[in-house]
Write a protein that binds this ligand. Structure first.
Ligand SMILES: *Cc1c(COP(=O)(O)O)cnc(C)c1O
Length: 423
């Protein structure tokens, strides 16, 4: 689309999702572009959380089986709501744990090293927790990380070449774990192609969907992904520390989970209190213990908003908004030394755009003072995420204008060029 003949106001007027913004709590004059780290609160999430608390007040212990949303089935019910968002069958998804815990669960279940196949394939740009979890799983098997963790290198420090990943799929790799969208640069990998290439070589495939879920459509079932994990607090707006999500392809149903607990049980057997586990014959087997209801309940509301639209419509808007953001950055910011590190091709990027600047840490602080909320990732990266649910084209244009102002006035020089404790 050629943005030079159309205004941000016009783009907002023809935006089919513009009404959804009213469902969210947005602060006046603050432009929130950090929904890829923590999505904003919605009225629906608030209502669902308060209703769970009311059930506790009213039902006490019986809240597990009574009330509008009995807690005993919450992880499965939310799993069903997540299924269309990730392209899975309802019984293939469970709401449980967190990304870090679910990676441990995925590897404990699927990494079964043998004499000739005993390595894990990952990349060199992934989020630290994914790598820490892989290393501790290797240690638990008595394998050293130096020989058994293979990390595909990046030539530019921001992106991966898919051919390099395929070339690393040797016959000693047992499991591959990759991020769908790289958290730093926003590069989107071809999940379907990489999964199929790995399967041809007998490798089990796990994906971390942290930065694609709720922003990019997935077809986890049709793509034959073995397992996937994600968090529900980024694009899915489930609230800080919301319970995470896990996908297990149905062809793996009936296996023992690597990390079992009483919530792994088939539901009708759970209270038989037997010491022999009869694991659920679906993704529910991958839960461990009692559901964290107050971190799960907001999802009833937050995910109901996805029922008002579709992943295709969200991706269409998100793509147009990131195109518009790139257009604004090139027009107004590149002359101040910003460099876009996100791939330009639409099919190679997720929902956020990352820009590099050597002074990025303090530019981020000046942006927050100016009412633009991005996030900063060390070293030198500012991530900007327009969210289809609640970001307008005017927000994008205003945010870029405010950043331009900061660069012109050099107001960022008031701050130290160092990251904060949470950045
Ligand atoms: C956000 C994120 C995480 C966070 O993991 P938690 O266990 O939810 O704290 C992990 N991996 C990636 C790639 C992320 O982007």
């Amino acid at each position: 689309m050629n943005f030079s003949d159309v205004s941000a106001e016009q783009l907002d007027e023809i935006d089919p999702l513009r009404q959804l913004r009213q469902e969210f709590y947005l602060r006046d004059s603050i432009i929130y572009l950090d929904g890829n780290s923590l999505g904003v609160a919605s009225k629906a999430a608030e209502k669902a959380l308060l209703s769970c608390f009311e059930d506790w007040k009213h039902y006490g212990i019986d809240g597990w089986t009574q009330g509008e949303r009995p807690w005993f089935f919450a992880a499965e019910t939310i799993g069903k709501m997540l299924a269309p968002i990730v392209g899975a069958k309802p019984e293939e998804v469970i709401a449980t744990g967190s990304i870090s815990v679910n990676i441990h669960q995925g590897l404990a279940s699927f990494f079964r090293p043998e004499a000739k196949r005993n390595k894990i394939l990952a990349d060199s740009l992934n989020f630290p927790t994914d790598i820490y979890a892989i290393k501790s799983q290797l240690k638990l098997h008595g394998l050293d990380e130096e020989h058994h963790l293979v990390q595909v290198a990046s030539s530019d420090g921001y992106t991966l070449n898919e051919q390099d990943i395929i070339a690393a799929m040797d016959d000693d790799i047992a499991v591959m774990l990759l991020p769908s969208v790289l958290y730093c640069s926003g590069q989107l990998l071809d999940i379907e192609c990489l999964t199929s290439e790995a399967h041809k070589r007998g490798i089990i495939v796990g994906w971390d969907l942290a930065h694609s879920v709720g922003s990019v459509p997935h077809k986890l079932h049709d793509w034959n992904v073995d397992f996937a994990v994600w968090c529900n607090y980024k694009y899915l707006n489930g609230g800080p520390g919301a319970v995470g999500g896990m996908f297990i392809h149905e062809r793996h149903f009936g296996r023992e989970p690597g990390l079992a607990g009483w919530f792994s049980s088939e539901k009708t057997k759970q209270f038989d209190m037997e010491h022999h586990l009869t694991a659920a014959n679906n993704a529910g087997a991958y839960q461990i213990g009692t559901s964290n209801m107050f971190s799960l309940a907001p999802l009833y509301g937050a995910l109901s908003l996805y029922e008002k639209t579709s992943m295709a419509a969200i991706r269409t808007k998100s793509s147009k908004q990131t195109d518009f953001l790139i257009y604004c950055i090139e027009k107004d910011l590149c002359q101040f030394g910003f460099k876009i590190v996100t791939p330009r091709e639409l099919e190679k990027r997720g929902g956020h755009i990352s820009i590099y600047h050597p002074e990025a840490a303090r530019i981020t602080k000046a942006m927050k003072t100016a009412g633009v909320i991005p996030d900063y990732r060390h070293p030198g990266i500012i991530r900007l995420a327009p969210i289809a649910f609640y970001t307008s084209y005017r927000d994008i244009e205003n945010a870029v204008q405010r950043i331009q102002c900061i660069m012109k006035n050099r107001s960022f020089e008031k701050y130290q060029n160092a990251r904060d404790i949470v950045a």
